[in-house]
Write a new protein. Sequence first.
Length: 182
Amino acid sequence: MEITLPHIIESNTGEKLSFFRKVTRDGIEYVEGETEVQPNAGPPMHVHFRQDEAMTVITGKIGYQVLGEEKQYAGPGETVLFKAGVPHKFWNAGPDLLRCSAYITPPDNVVYFLSALFRSANQNGGRPSMYDAAFLLTRYRSEYAMLEIPKLVQQIIFPIVLFWGTILGWHNRFRDAPPPVK
């Protein structure tokens, strides 16, 4: 899947991510965009090992939580920054659409990873297929992790699913997947 910007992805669970452009400021590459989240929607606890993620609320109220800390909230004009390696989640904590301008730096494979994850989730009733989750989270383990997937599943079930998926040819849908960043 070749991705050109601007690129928009939408989940059937209430998230829309628009990636507008890549820019370089002071020698650092960013992907800039916008996030829209329906009330009570948002991603599960996750971590970007290499990337900072920032969102500035345009409209609505964002709820967010860093693993092990209390829930927090921000409104229009306020910015939430998640540093690389910090497990976090966010959600729309208000009754109306949450809209945020956003950036991720460095972009690495975030646009591909999220596009593939959203596509699989949309095809499978809101959650990625077991094979797709196993493939993406294994291939890009140096970049991302989903912390709500039990370790047992990731360490025992994922390898079994990947083995059988390779035999059955399921890996072919990822033949154009970019290499992971080491």
